[in-house]
Design a protein around this ligand. Structure first.
Ligand SMILES: O=C(O)CCC(=O)C(=O)O
Length: 308
């Protein structure tokens, strides 16, 4: 049962045995199958922080139809770019933050400025950021989206997911609602299904940066068993077809020894100049004890222009 697996992997004492966690790095083909059919025809998108698609490794989980796993397709500079964006640019107005409700920020300052730019940097605020929503804002209480509650999505995030969707042959994908989740080392995300979108046929893109996580994917009900998978910095999970409707959650964050955002990529790219070195030094400090997940959804059905 999903809840039993979640409890097992969440436990700190005793620490769980991780031998059954699917590790894409060790490519165990009994549980995943590689997908290679569609990679060669796409141009290189260094501008989105991505490696050439011919070098990507993509797998489908055998036990969850439509659960696609792209093993870190980002360059190191790409990871630096997205991590810094998620910390400096996205958690601020007009986007919504978990901190809004408790009025923990002044109207004229952002989380980034308050934590890192004030001379007496606000350390307690630094660990309190949990989520920010962009585009259609997910209402955590009603679990509904509304035309009256949305902000403009950053074009670079739309371009990134449109490109990913094209590579995977999902035609017509539109990013319309984004949740960025911020995890500390002791954070978890309880099992749930994502069903607030009018269109739950469209794939959902889930991009991870920073510390490792155990991602648990179950079945259509809580009664079905769940499969644990390691997620590392840069990994992308796509939930499509049946898996789009399945229970999933994050029972554990694990420290990573390998830091793909630090390695020295020599590849030409157009991003390097966009990440200010002072900003990156702040962001790399933050990510050494945190995980960020960018969760991108389409809300509307094809041809639908607004919510009712
Ligand atoms: O952090 C993750 O990998 C999963 C996030 C998620 O499931 C969600 O935002 O609905």
């Amino acid at each position: 049962m999903f809840k039993d697996s979640f409890k097992y992997y969440k436990s700190r004492n005793p620490f769980p045995d991780l031998k059954n966690v699917i590790d894409i790095d060790s490519t165990d083909y009994t549980k995943v199958r590689p997908i290679e059919d569609f990679l060669l025809k796409y141009e290189n998108r260094y501008d989105l922080g991505l490696r050439p698609t011919k070098d990507w490794k993509i797998y489908e989980l055998k036990c969850n139809l439509g659960l696609i796993f792209i093993q870190n397709p980002f360059t190191a500079e790409g990871q630096q770019y997205w991590i810094t964006k998620c910390l400096k640019d996205y958690p601020k107005k007009p986007n919504k933050l978990n901190l809004d409700e408790h009025k923990l920020l002044n109207d004229n300052t952002s989380w980034w400025e308050e934590c890192f730019k004030n001379s007496d940097g606000n350390v307690s605020l630094l660990t309190k950021l949990r989520w920010t929503t962009l585009g259609y804002h997910h209402d955590w209480n009603t679990k509904h989206y509304s035309e009256n509650s949305k902000s403009i999505l950053p074009s670079e995030l739309c371009n990134l997911t449109t490109f990913l969707a094209n590579v995977l042959n999902y035609t017509g994908f539109n990013a319309e609602a984004i949740i960025i989740n911020y995890y500390r080392m002791n954070s978890t995300l309880a099992g749930h299904t994502d069903h607030s979108e009018v269109n739950i046929e469209a794939p959902l893109f889930s991009i991870s940066f920073g510390q490792n996580a155990i991602f648990l994917i179950g079945g259509l009900t809580q009664e079905e068993p769940a499969t644990p998978i390691y997620l590392r910095s840069g990994d992308i999970v796509v939930m499509s077809k049946t898996s789009r409707h399945c229970y999933h959650g994050i029972p554990k964050i694990l420290p990573t020894l390998v830091k793909p955002w630090m390695s020295n990529d020599s590849m030409q790219n157009k991003l390097h100049s966009e990440v200010d070195s002072e900003d990156w030094s702040i962001a790399s400090n933050y990510i050494s004890e945190a995980r960020i997940n960018i969760n991108v959804r389409q809300v509307l059905k094809p041809g639908q222009i607004r919510l009712l």
